[in-house]
Design a binder for this molecule. Sequence first.
Ligand code: FAE
Length: 524
Amino acid sequence: MNNFSRRRFLGVTALAAGTFVTGRAGASTQHVPAVVVGSGYGAAVAALRLGEAGVRTLVLEMGQRWDRPGPDGKVFCGMLDPDRRSMWFKNRTEAPVNGVLFLDLANRPIQRYAGVLDRVNFPNMGVYVGRGVGGGSLVNGGMAVVPDRDYFTRQFPTVDADEMYTRFFPLANRMLRVNNIPGAYFEASDYYRYSRLSRTLAGRAGFDTAFVPNVYSFEHMAAEERGEAPKSALGTEVIYGNNHGKFTLDQGYLAEAANTGHVTVAALHQVTRIRRNNAGYALTVREITPDGALVAEKHVTCDHLFLGAGSLGSTELLLRARDSGDLPDLAAEVGEGWGPNGNVMTARNNHLWHPTGFRQSAIPTLAISDPGRHVFAEVAPVPAGIETYVSMYLAITRSEERAKFVYDPSTDKAVLQWRQGQSAESLAAAKGTFDRINDANGTTYRYDVFGGGKAFADDFCYHPLGGAVLGKATDDHGRVKGYPNLYVTDGALVPGSLGVNPFVTITALAERNLATILTEDVHP
Ligand code: FAE
């Protein structure tokens, strides 16, 4: 079933999920056997597998449920005409691309609202994350890549790679409905002229390219191009949500979890504090309206607590708990091992006889591989609606640089201690690859695309990884050290670098961990 529309699927989820209603502040505490914090990849896996095992589970997600159309009839706003739905409580959009030709094409003032994309700004690093039921799946580029096995084994020496590569990666790919662009469509579509040009220019520099699998339905995309389906990827939609075509977690794992009858999803519910309570855990939860007004402070207790609030969210909850004395026995490694997956973006200028096309699919499908420098550079679209002659890339590099989060009691937040120089190794690798492409083609970098007039953007990332690393802050299955029945199930487990886009790995690892936790801890 590839021709899906968001509203049809989300209707099922919303009905099946029911509601989590306890009255206003001061209402009595609700007890549930299991709580999952967040609703991204790791959280969604936990919710489904707990539900299937018959465990009554409450999913608490701070973002909105994205199933109702706005006044324009669309659930999500577009990238070129962002409104309040675009970003999480900002006065102005903070899109990664600042503009082209020094025109601020992308960013504009918006009303503060529970929008779908957040950029969390730390001193030297901005981190993009999704906010809503479905987490990062709502805003990401859908690129679904299984990591190189040798590198995976280096990052996760205690995980059985055979089991991952024969059982859990294939399972994750199936569950997420990963598909590949048909070669004939790629070669013929006007919307992939930009990728074909980058392939040609990379080839002249001696680099191979490879297709990148995706969870966006290429059947739907081809129907968009034929005019038989509403345009989403071909209508410049991606980082503020796709109204059609992309198979997100709310349509997959989370809808299936709700259909078990044991899982309830509460949107606009942010967990602010976790403490010990008898044999389990007590949570403080803040419910807000989409405009940010406090609805109620709620209290929930549970026997098993799964943290799936993402690298930033899960790490912050744990650090706050350790350093404020709520869970004082948490390991010293909590907050450590964070990295941006070596993310570096860059943009090149093409010759006038090499247009990239004013029509560009927002879903990337091709990557340039530079094995010598360990650079995997995805060809990103510049869907500006005009010819820009710009080629843009997200380079994923391998780097050993790691940073830690420190809890700041004055703001009650975890602050990332990433230093500017820590991106130098990644930047040099990406520069090595693209210098060679420029040299082979007589082309140059663009300095007008990213903030600060820089050719290489190394001060933001899409792939935050680490903070509660597997085997360090947790045991080898994500059980938090020192606290039974408390688990981390998301990107916080991944030690800073994977070499490729992370969501397939986060999903597969969560499947692996849940399989053991369910048999050994929940239903021993
Ligand atoms: P994540 O999906 O981030 O979900 C965490 C959820 O927890 C969010 O919904 C939060 O709102 C929620 N939350 C946080 N704190 C709390 C709290 N205290 N209480 C309640 N809820 C909370 O976690 N990856 C790829 O593999 N391929 C791509 O093409 C790709 N493109 C990307 C493009 C963009 C613009 C962005 C932002 C990311 C992209 N990523 C991509 C990264 C990918 O989406 C990310 O690695 C995963 O979403 C991380 O999954 P987690 O389960 O760790």
